[in-house]
Design a binder for this molecule. Structure first.
Ligand SMILES: *Cc1c(COP(=O)(O)O)cnc(C)c1O
Length: 384
């Protein structure tokens, strides 16, 4: 093994922090898929480092090292989906523990908290972590602050440094779901967070073809606890899917650049469309999170939510788009449009949804790498 070097981000997308040879001697440039459930021991009390793939598999381990390097973490763990990662993370908590969570979150996370974790007597309070005084929610049983920034789908921005300072002062864990910006644009651990979550299905995979999830932690203690959980509950990512995500990550930097460029153009174009009421994109200087974004992120990403004049217009757009497809998910090379009210956030109670502004006039775009003129042409005919 070579000595760790200080590679730049695009190089880390290929190799992690160091060029490691795979476990064989063939010199394969693409890390092999170790499609093996179990591994033979050289002798009693002797292991190759791999025993059984639920515990660890060489392909998953390689992926975890790459993701860990991208988030500047102590350790990263790869799960079978983003939700599997968050569900495993919640096993850190016990009945009576209290978590302060951002109120605008991926709908699946709210579904998990409200239905499964609450049933197991973990308490949640939802706060506007971008605006509220978080300290007013803290009680003796509070163990963690959980935020997405920017949020899905309303693109609210939380100041990670400020929230981390509060977490530190009160001895709480700060957990940040960094899916929307990917490690290319934002590294929450560097800003003081303890745990970073990714739905690897989105930007890391980048091709709308594989589900995956990650937890990246900043300490040995958290790594040990979560390694125990992943091997016990068995939700680690399969070898082939690990390989697909490794392949996706190789092009993360150039995808993110092009996707953001396209998003900025589309945001500007939407501003001039008479049917558009509001645009929620932190890259517009009019967005309330613009300055904080600039202070904590290296870019604004390619997620853009917008509000149209009425529900009928929203429905027409969804039926008229041709190149842009009406589908859930985000972060891939293909541009997708979603209707959060009936898709990603359908299970969020109506009152909560409306309080967050997720109404029947809200549409969310995940902008891909297509030719920008083709995207604008498609939007113009859909919004005419
Ligand atoms: C998609 C998503 C998740 C869940 O990830 P899956 O891979 O779909 O299980 C969690 N958080 C955010 C912000 C997401 O967009």
């Amino acid at each position: 093994m070579n000595k760790p070097v200080n590679y730049g981000f695009p190089t880390k997308c290929l190799y992690g922090n160091q060029i490691t040879s795979s476990c064989d001697n063939t010199g394969a440039i693409s890390f092999p898929i170790y499609q093996s459930a179990t591994f033979a021991h050289p002798g009693l009390g002797n292991s190759t480092g791999y025993d059984y793939s639920r515990l660890q598999n060489p392909t998953r381990e390689h992926l975890e090292k790459v993701v860990c390097s991208l988030e500047n973490g102590y350790d990263a763990l790869a799960f079978s989906s983003g939700m599997a990662a968050i569900a495993a993370l919640m096993e850190l908590f016990k009945p009576g523990d209290h978590i302060i969570s951002g109120n605008d979150l991926y709908g699946g996370s709210i579904r998990l908290f409200d239905n499964i974790n609450r049933k197991n007597l973990i308490e949640f309070d939802y706060a506007d972590t971008g605006r509220d005084d978080i300290t007013s929610y803290i009680k003796p049983s509070t163990k963690a602050i959980y935020v997405e920034t920017p949020t899905n789908p309303m693109m609210n921005v939380t100041d990670i440094r400020k929230t981390a300072a509060i977490a530190k002062e009160y001895g709480l864990l700060l957990i940040v779901d960094n899916t929307f910006l990917s490690p290319y644009f934002q590294n929450p651990l560097d800003l003081g967070a303890d745990i970073v979550i990714h739905s690897g299905t989105k930007f890391l995979g980048g091709h709308n073809d594989t589900l995956a999830g990650f937890l990246v932690v900043n300490s040995e203690a958290l790594s040990e606890k979560l390694r125990f959980i992943i091997k016990t509950i068995g939700s680690g990512l399969a070898p082939f899917d690990s390989w697909l995500i490794l392949r996706g990550i190789k092009t993360l930097s150039i995808r993110m650049e092009r996707q953001e460029q396209n998003a900025i153009e589309i945001a500007r174009w939407l501003q001039h469309n008479p049917k558009v009421r509001n645009i929620y994109f932190p890259g517009l200087p009019t967005h309330p999170g613009y300055e904080i974004s600039k202070s904590q992120s290296r870019g604004f990403g390619s997620m853009l939510t917008f509000e149209v004049e009425d529900a009928e217009t929203a429905s027409l757009i969804l039926s008229r788009v041709k190149l842009i497809r009406f589908a859930e998910s985000l972060g891939g090379v293909e541009t997708l449009i979603t209707y959060p009210m009936t898709q990603t956030h359908a299970d969020v109670p109506q009152a909560e949804r409306e309080r967050n502004g997720i109404t029947d006039t809200i549409l969310r775009l995940s902008i891909g790498i297509e030719d920008i003129d083709d995207l604008i042409d498609d939007l113009s005919q859909a919004l005419q």
